[in-house]
Write a protein that binds this ligand. Structure first.
Ligand code: GLV
Ligand code: MN
Ligand code: MN
Length: 415
């Protein structure tokens, strides 16, 4: 057959995504499918059943990563791999992550129904807990697999209720026995929604990021002094929440204060103790997320915040503890693969755009040891990590076609 005219089945990809969107579906059209929840388990089971239908060789490792392998003509050659994640944010969208797993599955379905056997094996992957929302950090299981994070540390990360990640893996039946340990990969492609406004603004269908920004995560703990709000005078209080509020404002102002626009800083999570309207707060935990293409800049931003935090804590008499939870350096992708994505888009007839990914992806850790690239499609109104997250079905199919032909090209290379 003429390989160049081969296309994925857009209707099948759509119905696959629609079926997945029912698992953890929210009334407002999004999904809540937190890592290692019952919903995550249900979606994994469905994904595994779809891999079985294709007679793929299924492996579940000790981090719960799911791999489906389609043999090649020469199984001594390193495989081509593609995938993303099935877990979601709380009240997240129907495309983040799942598009990349179902897109990679759709590529396998297309190859199988056309009786195409590639030279190299092709592996579809679901990485456990990419989001880092229930258990921090994000991308933890590709991080363990790539040898960058330790298995024990990952197992012992706890959620807000004190449940351990390792125990939850076991509870849902996805703590496999195969070591979560990298093996050589010839090329890794991750297909994903853009999650930002650039492609729509540029009126382009396919994005090819040159890489991913660095991600630095911190956890801040403040200790205050609880007391009755009525009788306690304003002067002399040690209010942990008031101190935290000044710190949060400092985080938001930090990039501008440094005179820089290629840096973003966010506080997204906060817990306040005892969280009663008539008790002065005596304990606050909040998170800081700093990202930039320039790792040094992100670190300078943090150094400046640390000074501000110490000054604020001292002034309020609220002792401070700062944890540097997680750092992943910016990931410049493989030039040759990025170019391949751009060229493939053009060959198929889609417009394309060279850009940077401001969102984190498992591709970041994969990039540490194998040639890696990503394929983006537009996010309507640039919204993501929200229930209204949306991408047109046409664009979903477009990205999957670019993935299909990028995979075919890489899997046809015999050296
Ligand atoms: C992952 O979703 C991230 O960019 O935080
Ligand atoms: Mn994602
Ligand atoms: Mn996400």
């Amino acid at each position: 057959m003429d390989m160049n005219s081969l296309r994925i089945n857009g209707k099948r990809l759509q119905s696959t995504l629609e079926e997945m969107a029912k698992i953890g579906g929210t009334p407002n059209g999004g999904v809540t499918r937190l890592a290692l929840s019952d919903e995550d388990k249900k979606a994994r089971d469905l994904f595994v059943s779809w891999l079985e239908e294709l007679d793929m060789e299924i492996t579940i490792d000790e981090m719960g990563n799911i791999f489906g392998k389609m043999p090649g003509k020469n199984n001594d050659l390193d495989p081509v791999m593609s995938g993303s994640h099935i877990d979601s944010q709380p009240k997240g969208g129907r495309f983040d992550g799942i598009l990349g797993v179902m897109g990679a599955l759709e590529v396998a379905r297309t190859l199988k129904e056309n009786n195409i056997q590639l030279e190299r094996p092709y592996i579809v992957v679901d990485w456990t807990n990419e989001e880092g929302s229930r258990f921090s950090p994000a991308m933890v299981s590709s991080g363990v697999w790539a040898g960058e994070l330790s298995l024990d540390w990952a197992y012992n990360r706890t959620d807000i209720n004190g449940k351990k990640q390792g125990e939850e893996l076991e509870r849902i039946g996805y703590k496999g026995s195969v070591p979560a340990k990298k093996h050589p990969v010839h090329a890794y492609y991750e297909y994903h929604i853009e999650q930002g406004p650039i492609l729509e603004r540029e009126d382009k269908t396919i994005g090819a990021p040159k890489g991913i920004v660095c991600l630095h995560w911190y956890d801040i703990y403040l200790e205050g002094e609880a007391n009755q709000v009525g009788p306690t005078p304003m002067v002399g209080r040690h209010d942990a929440l008031v101190a935290a509020s000044e710190m949060i404002t400092a985080v938001n102002k930090m990039p501008a204060k440094m005179g820089i626009d290629n840096l973003v800083a966010t506080v997204g999570e906060i817990q306040n103790q005892p969280n009663s309207r008539n008790i002065i707060p005596n304990g606050v935990h909040f998170t800081v997320d700093i990202r930039s293409w320039d790792d040094d800049l992100a670190i300078r931003g943090w150094e400046s915040l640390k000074k501000d935090f110490n000054e604020i804590a001292e002034r309020h008499g609220t002792p401070l503890r700062m944890e540097e939870t997680w750092r992943v350096e910016h990931a410049p992708f493989d030039d040759r693969l990025v170019k391949r994505v751009l060229e493939t888009a053009e060959e198929i007839g889609y417009s394309s755009h060279y850009m940077v990914s401001g969102a984190g992806h498992d591709a970041s850790y994969m990039n540490h040891f194998c040639p890696t690239a990503m394929i983006f499609v537009p996010s309507i109104n640039g919204r993501s990590h929200v229930e209204v997250e949306n991408t047109s079905w046409e664009d979903c199919a477009a990205g999957a076609n670019v993935l299909l032909h990028s995979v075919i090209k890489s899997a046809s290379e015999t050296e």
